[in-house]
Design a protein around this ligand. Structure first.
Ligand SMILES: [Zn+2]
Length: 169
């Protein structure tokens, strides 16, 4: 047994193996349906969005309010235990002016993607979202923003229930 095999168990497949028919390949597409749970913390967060509310969880040990909520504090390795409703306003922590869509296609008009630190959450707790109703060149770190919610009947328990964050006042 060579050391290569011992270190990486399994059979390596080279292009020649496929060309020679040693291994078969197929263009067959499988139809797989699946679902997954968001987990307790994020499920409640998403339910809150449907109601136009943003919820976080507080760690009883360090006192941080985590948004989006987590079931465990990653600093203390303990379960978070208190739900805290935070505001739907915040501060631009960082942003990027993008000419690329999420499918990597080019855009003519830019979008502004930002991490918004949410008021009532601990520093550095932010939501990655779009900014709207603002000229990209006017966006600044530290800008105060508020959530622009979809109409109540059109929310479905997703982060997109917030259309974007826009400058406040
Ligand atoms: Zn903690």
């Amino acid at each position: 047994m060579s050391s290569k095999i011992a270190k990486y168990p399994g059979t390596e497949v080279e292009l020649d193996d496929l060309r020679s028919g040693r291994f078969l390949s197929s263009d067959y597409e499988t139809l797989l349906r699946y679902s997954w749970t968001s987990g307790v913390a994020v499920s409640r967060f998403l339910d809150g969005l449907k109601s136009g509310e943003i919820w976080g969880k507080k760690c009883g040990k360090c006192g941080r309010v985590l948004v989006p909520p987590r079931a465990y504090c990653e600093e203390d390795f303990v379960p978070t235990d208190e739900w805290v409703r935070v505001r739907d306003t915040g501060t631009v922590n960082t942003f990027s002016i993008s000419y690329v869509n999420n499918d990597a296609s080019r855009r003519k008009e830019p979008i502004v993607v930002s991490v918004v630190d949410i008021d009532g959450a601990s520093p550095g707790m932010g939501i990655l979202h779009l900014l709207g109703e603002v000229e990209p060149k006017r966006v600044e770190v530290g800008m105060k923003v508020e959530a622009a919610w979809k109409p109540k009947g059109k929310r479905r328990g997703a982060i997109t229930d917030i259309r974007y964050f826009r400058p406040r006042g």
